[in-house]
Design a protein around this ligand. Structure first.
Ligand code: NDP
Ligand code: 8X3
Length: 244
């Protein structure tokens, strides 16, 4: 999910070189189609455009998969964003709804649509893109951090419940990655978004894509359950070594 930008797009591009057939999901159909055109020379690609926070749309999209695509071996729950950055008492309720609906409920809806068949087959791998915000809260990050703490707990609970079936569940928790993430958080304000990454070298979406590929390429008996990854210049959510 979230293949139209950032970490999801880089992951699609990287996995297209391997032995994967790709189902690319996102809301922006034009971007999905462009990516399909780009990657179809390398592998088979199917696109599904839906909003992960729309329960009916998720169910319909997954149910619409043609027979040849019904077996999903790997689910990468990546779709999500921060909306706003404000002290709790100044928080915007629409932003809060968006983060809980997309980052938490969206991940649940997509996973629930895919997991039962993995359980039937007793195989599969789910990779959840959490965040350092799911390990520690930071000032003004309140609800985004809450949504990613929920992903952290769901990731762990899912791994326990799917353990009897040999299904792998993994989480990657990145620090700062330069994507459209901050542009979305600051509602299209490019200057504010750029400031987040000024005077330091952030992670690139490809760095996370490579971690996903590494996790997927471990032998059957190895499950990487969690991976916290910072840029070298970052030591925690709040401790960042800027050059100036
Ligand atoms: P981007 O904004 O670049 O990408 C977000 C992706 O999520 C887009 O493809 C977008 O697609 C999709 N998405 C957002 N909302 C919805 C929705 N309602 N329904 C379907 N798809 C949706 O950000 P990143 O690549 O950085 O973010 C990917 C993940 O990584 C997120 O879960 C984020 O929380 C996490 N993360 C990011 C970090 C960072 O610093 N960048 C650090 C730690 C974690 P579309 O708009 O087309 O629907
Ligand atoms: C995104 C990273 O530090 O902005 O999840 O929360 S951070």
């Amino acid at each position: 999910t979230g293949a139209t930008s950032g970490i999801g797009k880089s992951t699609a591009e990287l996995l297209a070189h391997g032995s994967y057939k790709l189902i690319l999901c996102g809301r922006r159909e034009d971007r999905l189609e462009a990516l399909k055109t780009e990657l179809s020379t390398k592998t088979e690609v199917l696109t599904l455009s839906f909003d992960v926070s729309d329960r009916d749309a998720v169910e319909k999209a997954i149910a619409s998969l043609p027979k040849a695509w019904e077996t999903v071996d790997v689910l990468i729950n990546n779709a999500g964003n921060a909306h706003g950055l404000a002290p709790f008492h100044e928080g915007n309720l629409d932003d809060w709804d968006a983060m809980i609906d997309i980052n938490v409920k969206g991940l649940l809806y997509v996973t629930k649509a895919i997991v039962p068949k993995m359980v039937e087959r007793k195989s599969g791998h789910i990779i959840n893109i959490g965040s350092i915000a799911g390990k520690e809260a930071y000032p003004n990050g309140n609800v985004y951090c809450g949504s990613k703490h929920a992903v952290n707990a769901i990731n762990n609970g899912l791994r326990m419940d799917l353990n009897p079936y040999g299904i792998k569940v993994s989480q990657i928790c990145p620090g700062m990655v330069e994507t459209e993430f901050s542009l979305v958080r600051f509602k299209g304000d490019e200057e504010m978004a750029k400031k987040v990454y000024v005077d330091l070298e952030p992670l690139k979406p490809q760095d996370i894509a490579e971690m996903i590929e590494f996790i997927l390429s471990r032998p059957t008996h190895v499950n990487i359950s969690d991976m916290i990854t910072f840029p070298t210049a970052q030591a925690s959510s709040t401790l960042v070594n800027r050059k100036k």
